[in-house]
Each structure stands twice: as structure tokens, then as C-alpha cells.
Design a protein around this ligand. Structure first.
Ligand code: HEC
Length: 286
């Protein structure tokens, strides 16, 4: 279980996991201090877990994972109740959880849970504050089981490419030091972005009608991940270096073709992506 260190910290700060609320009626929910934001989670079984103190209370150590004992959740975030003469007037939920980093779409699970305990659906509001996410590589968050697929509106090409760049960089660094499992993982994720995400992404505006990004992404996907995977499987550093350089050349080919030649992907595993070292003298850049 992921949470014990956090629960220990909670106890040391005078908190107590048994004080976490599991409201099962709208009346219990109405006990929360009106207007204050509380952390909450929807557990895998659909129950609500709400911190006993407001999120901004001093020394509040009721982080999201302590609400859930570090287990998987359907969603997590903040909840605020507005009241008028003792009656709930509004229940506002938001997806702000740095440890679970839920999608706004997953908040549907919170709305469903609130309706199940008897909150009138017309009182529910969603506040789309941008969730603050912890760096997924340095500290893996407890897993989420989203109840709904992410919104289907095309995500932006540039954001996906940032992820491609990061994963390609970690792939090279991991292989170089023999962290093959991590390398396999990054390669899988990279393949998924090319296969599933990029084809549905909104292309950058300046590319309209210029380059066949879909065709190029497809060509990348068919050629390079299989080559890289084969070299990883054989633990063959030389073959990996060749496959890596070939993949980088395709990255750069598409960047040049689409007017992004200045995003240079290095050919050697282990280097940062994109290249950020000084342009050598006499080399005017791409
Ligand atoms: C199908 C064409 C294509 C391929 C293949 C491709 N890219 Fe890109 N890349 C783009 C485009 C287009 C942009 C600019 C996106 C924008 O302007 O929103 C970009 C931008 C980037 C950026 C800059 C993102 C940012 O916003 O800072 C990085 C990093 C990057 N690509 C890495 C890679 C890597 C690594 C590979 C190969 C593993 C790769 N790309 C393969 C088309 C491609």
C-alpha cells in the first residue's frame, strides 16, 4: 500500500485516519463548514471520502492518499458546500489533486456519488481549476481508474510532442544505464502516442494543408518502435544506438518538413531532447 509513510506523517501532525468522513447522506455532507474547500476522493467502490478539516487549515496533513489509504480511486479533488439557512444551496467540486491528478472528465464519478447520497443534481457545480500534477516520473501517483474515457476533443499536437520528447529522452537514458524495464515502458508509451493520440490531435495551425503529418507519424510508428524494441530485447547496445539514431533522423525529418527544424532531436541515446547545447561556431543552426 502506498500510503503508510503519509499516514505516519498525518499521525505525527496530530491527525487521525479514522476521522476521515464517509458521508452517506446529504445531511452529513451539510456538516462541512460552509464555503471551505475540503479534499475528497471517490473510492473504487463509489463511496466518498472527505477530509475532516478544510484544505487550508493550518498543519492539515489529510492529503488525498491518506483519505484513501493509498488505494486506487475513481476521482479526487476539492469540494465546497454553499448553504442558505442550513440547507445546501450548491456543491462545487474541482479536480485539484496533485497526487491523483484526475481528469476533469473523471469528476463525473464525484457527481454520481453525490447524487447517490441524496444531493439534488441541480445543486452540483464543477469548478475547472487546472489540476496541479506532480512529476509522474519522480514520484509515481497511486493509480486512477477513470470511470469515463478522456474527453475526445483533439489534444494539442505540441503538448503530445513534449511528451514524445520526454519519453524519447528517458528511453535513451534508461537503455544507456541498463534500466531495460524502464526503457521498455517508455517505448511502449511512445508507441501509444504515435498510434492513438497523434492521429486525433489538432495539428499546429501553421501546418494547415502543408505536410501530411498523419502519414509521417504513421511511417514513424511502423518502422522505429519495432526496431528499438528488438534491440532492447537482445540487450544489444550497438543495435540500439543505430535504431535510436534512425528514429531521431525521422523525428528531425518531420520537424524540418513541418517548419520546426529548430527542434533538433539528438542521435545519441542519453542526450537531452531536444538539443540545447550551444550551436558550434560556423554552424548557423538548422
Ligand atoms: C509526424 C511528424 C513528427 C514526427 C515524426 C515527430 N515530430 Fe516532434 N513535432 C512535430 C510538430 C508538428 C511539432 C510542433 C508542434 C506545435 O507547434 O504545436 C513538434 C514538436 C516537437 C517538440 C517540441 C515540443 C514543444 O512544444 O516544446 C519536441 C520535443 C518533439 N517534437 C520531439 C519529437 C521526437 C523526440 C520525435 C521522434 C521520436 C518527434 N518529435 C517526431 C512533428 C513531428
Amino acid at each position: 500500500m502506498a500510503a503508510p509513510p503519509l499516514i505516519e506523517e498525518l499521525r505525527q501532525a496530530g491527525g487521525d485516519p479514522s476521522r476521515v468522513l464517509h458521508p452517506s447522506t446529504a445531511g452529513e455532507l451539510a456538516q462541512l463548514q460552509p464555503g471551505a474547500r475540503y479534499k475528497f476522493a471517490v473510492l473504487a467502490d463509489g463511496r466518498l471520502a472527505v477530509a475532516p478539516d478544510p484544505a487550508d487549515a493550518p498543519k492539515n496533513k489529510y492529503s488525498h492518499p491518506t483519505l484513501t489509504n493509498g488505494e486506487a480511486v475513481q476521482t479526487a479533488g476539492g469540494i465546497r458546500i454553499e448553504q442558505e439557512r442550513g440547507a445546501i444551496r450548491k456543491v462545487i467540486v474541482d479536480p485539484g489533486s496533485s497526487s491523483y491528478c484526475p481528469s476533469t472528465g473523471s469528476l463525473q464519478a464525484a457527481l454520481d456519488a453525490l447524487v447517490r447520497i441524496g444531493v439534488d443534481a441541480s445543486l452540483l457545480r464543477v469548478d475547472n481549476r487546472p489540476p496541479v500534477c506532480v512529476d509522474a516520473v519522480s514520484s509515481p501517483a497511486p493509480s486512477m481508474t477513470p470511470p469515463m474515457p478522456p474527453p475526445s476533443t483533439g489534444s494539442r499536437y505540441g503538448a503530445l510532442m513534449q511528451e514524445v520528447g520526454h519519453r524519447f529522452e528517458v528511453l535513451g537514458k534508461a537503455e544507456k544505464v541498463g534500466r531495460y524495464e524502464l526503457a521498455d515502458f517508455e517505448l511502449d508509451e511512445l508507441g501509444e502516442i504515435f498510434e492513438e493520440d497523434l492521429p486525433n490531435a489538432e495539428p499546429p495551425k501553421e501546418n494547415e494543408g502543408k505536410v501530411d503529418l498523419k502519414g509521417l507519424a504513421d511511417a514513424f510508428q511502423k518502422t522505429h518502435p519495432p526496431e528499438l524494441a528488438a534491440a532492447l530485447k537482445k540487450r544489444d547496445a550497438a543495435a540500439f544506438a543505430v535504431a535510436f539514431a534512425r528514429a531521431a533522423a525521422t523525428c528531425n525529418g518531420c520537424h524540418r518538413a513541418s517548419g520546426h527544424g529548430y527542434v533538433e532531436v539528438p542521435a545519441e541515446p542519453g542526450a537531452n531532447v531536444p538539443k540545447l547545447d550551444r550551436v558550434p561556431p560556423g554552424h548557423g543552426g538548422p
